[in-house]
Design a protein. Structure first.
Length: 320
């Protein structure tokens, strides 16, 4: 019988779960609302409901489930399985989520953040398979990263390592939500792309972006920039070229620090920027002292919207 794990992806508004087999294929998916602003018990009830739904759908196959992995917003302690004080899930403060899940289902449970877990899933089953040292980034509303060495997540001393989205490349840059200036998140996330486009429109640039946003500059989102780019809009192209060049600076630093075997990127902004991967690799040597920086592949992740489920399940398979 195939070894199965359950992946649980906890967010501020939902809990998604599914069964993941030894090839990384996902089945029996379910999704329930997350009650993040109530008490800890109601928050856990959402997790329990999602797992119950998966186990019920699995039927007799549930005996093959060997672990439950959970991705939760951080900060958290992956070693102790404790959610510390996530701003998006205020119902949990120093909450032993892994331990509570183990007690509820009698199945070993593990906990990690979404980027770390998604990185491991890509190493086990996705675009990072076959590589020993992998750098993973998810580019979306925010930017999260994970580092995997020889199929083990690099957590650092306390479990807080690999916060690559908050590496600054401009100490005079805009203030990030974390309080630092010039983090790559505040420069290249989806909201950052939208802000860059709005600034160009405010300076008088004529662009299809505005039409796609319903004629209101304040309504511009990264999706509008991407759609305009695919329709040949020069302003959208300029916005995304600037974004690619900033990502190249950041990835050049990453290469100099880690020299990974491969750089894997996922998330909605990564899909938008995939047309510029060639440009990023072309520019990369300007921002890296590594003479072979351009040899490191920059590739799209296997998992899209299901990265949280796959990632959560993968941490059950990581050596303790």
């Amino acid at each position: 019988m195939d070894v199965l794990t359950i992946g649980v992806d906890v967010g501020g508004t939902k809990v998604a779960a599914g069964v993941v087999d030894s090839r990384g294929e996902i089945s029996h998916k379910t999704r329930v609302p997350m009650v993040a602003t109530s008490d800890a018990a109601k928050g856990f009830a959402a997790v329990r409901s999602a797992v119950d739904g998966v186990l019920s759908a699995l039927g007799e196959g549930r005996v093959a489930v060997k672990g439950i992995g959970i991705c939760s917003p951080g900060p958290l302690d992956p070693f102790a399985g404790v959610v510390l004080n996530p701003p998006n899930v205020p119902c949990w403060r120093n909450y032993p989520l892994a331990g509570e899940t183990t007690r509820a289902f009698g199945i070993p449970a593990r906990l990690d953040n979404d980027a770390n877990a998604a990185a491991l899933a890509e190493v086990l089953w996705g675009a990072g398979a076959g590589h020993g040292n992998v750098f993973y980034a998810t580019l979306g509303t925010g930017i999260g990263t994970g580092i995997v060495f020889q199929k083990k997540i690099y957590h650092g001393r306390t479990g807080s390592a690999a916060e690559g989205g908050h590496v600054s490349i401009d100490y005079n840059g805009p203030v990030c939500g974390c309080g630092k200036r010039g983090c790559i998140e505040v420069l290249c996330s989806g909201p950052a792309i939208a802000r860059r486009a709005r600034a160009k429109l405010a300076s008088g640039a004529r662009s299809k972006i505005l039409e796609l946003a319903g004629g209101t500059a304040e309504a511009v989102k990264a999706e509008h920039v991407g759609q305009a780019y695919h329709e040949g809009d020069p302003v959208a192209n300029e916005v995304l070229e600037e974004t690619a060049d900033l990502l190249a600076v950041w990835l050049g630093n990453t290469v100099d620090l880690l020299e990974p075997d491969v750089m894997v990127v996922g998330g909605g902004v990564a899909e938008l920027m995939s047309s510029f991967f060639g440009r990023i690799l072309e520019v990369l040597p300007r921002w890296s002292i590594n003479p072979r920086a351009r040899e490191i592949p920059l590739v799209m992740a296997r998992y899209g919207a299901d990265a949280g489920i796959a990632g959560a399940a993968s941490i059950c398979l990581e050596p303790v």
